[in-house]
Design a binder for this molecule. Sequence first.
Ligand code: 13P
Ligand code: SF4
Length: 304
Amino acid sequence: MTTREIQDEIVRLKKEKNICVLAHAYMTRDICEVADYVGDSFGLSQQAAKGDADTVIMCGVRFMAETCKLLSPQKKVILSSPVAGCPMAEQIEKEELTALKETYPGYTMVCYINTTTDLKTECDVCVTSSSAVKIIKKIENDKILFVPDCNLGAFVKAQVPEKQFAFIRGGCPTHLRISVDDVKRAKELHPNALILMHPECHPRVAALADYLGSTTGIMDYAEKSEHKEFLIGTENSIIQHLQYLCPDKSFYPVSKDCVCHNMRVTTLMDVLRCVKGEGGEEIFLSDETMKKAKRCIDEMLRLG
Ligand code: 13P
Ligand code: SF4
């Protein structure tokens, strides 16, 4: 089958079976083209919750499919590739989180959305990369324990100096592959390019950015900017998306190594198998777990 034939079959089956396909912005172009929504994990889950599809297929990683299930408990939610996990979301065990609470009494435990549902059951407030600063500013408590990404944490801390922060040594292995030397080399090659980076990068690297923001933040910035050349310091898949979105602009990777293999594991054939009902993994979470994990998401929505 050609790519086009596979895509047509996916679209046909989606309509026939009332299926919604979600694609994180780090998916490849062939997958994004058949998706009902493309974006960041929380935005996708919110879109799916608003719709009336019976089944939702999440093309992304496991915590994203779990978030989708938390927001749409009545829907059948399928993770397109069962092996797609997020190393950062699984960097800490629930028991370690419980122990941290004892080490930091009186702190509000804030978790990045990139955490397992099990971890979310222990957290007070959840944040996304685009909402973290806004939400944390609004938390009544001045003491914040932020898990698991200390790099995103440092980005928030710099913008919320009035609060006291505690971190653990967690982070995204993909974004941490970008080094200061990578940025310098890329800038030498493209001296007129603006550097757009994700706050999951190491703070020494992030300090060299002209703009720091979430994936959707980076995409919006590049689209609206009058500038013509950009160096992209986040997962390299968005370079191709940006190139289609803004054909008159040029986009270059800061590092050839900023590739998330977990995000790249899903193929168009996986999506076809899922819509046929032959592939992926259905997400099951107990009512008790969903109730507990949803609290920190509801708190984010209340504060936001
Ligand atoms: P955002 O899409 O929320 O910016 O997150 C980046 C990421 O690493 C997703 O796994
Ligand atoms: Fe996880 Fe980083 Fe991959 Fe996102 S890019 S899924 S945070 S490892």
